[in-house]
Design a protein around this ligand. Sequence first.
Ligand code: GUN
Length: 284
Amino acid sequence: MAQLINGKEVSQRVRESVRAETEAFKAETGITPGLAVILVGDDPASKIYVGNKKKACAEVGFNSFEHILPAETTEAELLELIEKLNADPAVHGILCQLPLPRHIDERAVINAISPKKDVDAFHPQNVGRIMIGSYDFLPCTPAGVMELIHSAGISVNGKNCTVVGRSNIVGKPMAMLLLHENGTVTVCHSRTKDLKAACLNADILVAAVGKAKLITADMVKEGAAVIDVGMNRDENGKLCGDVDFENVKEKASYITPVPGGVGPMTIAMLMRNTLTAAKLFNRG
Ligand code: GUN
């Protein structure tokens, strides 16, 4: 039976370290880190995420600025708001909750956010810097996964790592972070011919596709570490990941649950990135 990697506990430790560092940073500089969160439209899941971000900011001692805009907001209006936030010295991090309504070009919005305030690390300049291993920010979810791997004392060096999913937000940067730690990385996606073989080869398996229980026990190597980024509903409407947890846990050596695994890490890493952004601002 696998050892559970407890994301709630690890994220609490990260948040506590950000809180303590923030206290020292404020005392030294008089600057309170500020995070602006933009939400366009009223997707219920996004509203919950935005509420959680506000709560986390209060807990670590940041200012938070919420901008909840109607679904009819035009791209020009959104870009104008971003320009204002880019110029606002009280705002050190800007996060625009994705997905955006269809009439708004997501790429144009991401490109408009100042790379210095891009706490999601979605701007092409930050993506490029991650590729060459010289970065200020890492995208929150992959950074959270690395934190979980480290917390369990798992070494990536020389291991076979399989990432299932190739999104810009998770899969692609995830592969890069594992590569930076000398993993031998395979990235799988919907056109992969033999997903099972690629998964069975993995010492570290990261699932980030958004398909309930796609990864079954017969696809997992005995003793593998399995990290589940998925957040889905099963046939009974119950929250579940991309991994068939009940069966895979009998085969893996480490596994993250859903909920309580990767999920809480994302916000914790966002707090860390916002503090980093405030420190960059202070350095000028
Ligand atoms: N929507 C789902 N995940 C994310 C994320 O990490 N950042 C933003 N901005 N939007 C998201």
